[in-house]
Design a protein around this ligand. Structure first.
Ligand code: DAT
Ligand code: MG
Length: 150
């Protein structure tokens, strides 16, 4: 069985607020496997591609400007149902609707400053991984997996 992968990104507000470690820590402690990690200052064109499905939305220009306001930290995590579970760990898009215990529910208030991104499907995860990590990511096995998976 191929291992599912997702693209998780700490947005500029999350980086400036010192929440990179917190996001990494939650995915690490949950048991997911880190395959890629880097800080980047993406171009406008790169962000417009990443958010391509939202380009007709009224908030699109503001979203891209916000994403351009500082570096982001992108990561690739792997594991069982990591796409769906990653989204649950992030919380709802609007932080005010996010449950406490989620990243957005614990650290954010406004939708336009919601700290983190997570792929919304296996297909978009693979597209986003290719976009943000064109050089490729790691692939390795961990002996600890026998303590995490039955
Ligand atoms: P998500 O980031 O939960 O996948 P999305 O893909 O629908 O949500 O939107 C991408 C980002 O755009 C989101 O994290 C914050 C911003 N956004 C979404 N809906 C918005 C809205 N109604 N007003 C302002 N910004 C919005
Ligand atoms: Mg999305």
């Amino acid at each position: 069985m191929a291992t599912e992968r997702t693209y998780i990104m700490v947005k500029p507000d999350g980086v400036e607020r010192g929440l990179v470690g917190e996001v990494i820590s939650r995915f690490e402690k949950r048991g997911f496997k880190l395959l890629g990690l880097k800080a980047v200052q993406p171009s406008r064109a790169h962000l417009e591609e990443h958010y391509g499905d939202l380009k007709t939305k009224a908030f699109f220009p503001k979203l891209v400007d916000y994403m351009l306001s500082g570096p982001v930290v992108g990561m690739v995590w792997a594991g069982k149902e990591v796409v769906k579970t990653g989204r649950v760990m992030l919380g709802a898009t609007n932080p005010l609707a996010s449950a406490p215990g989620t990243i957005r529910g614990d650290y954010a208030i406004d939708v336009g400053k919601n700290i983190c991104h997570g792929s919304d499907s296996v297909e978009s995860a693979e597209k986003e991984i290719a976009l943000w990590f064109p050089e490729g990511v790691c692939n390795y096995s961990r002996s600890i997996d026998k303590l995490i998976y039955e």
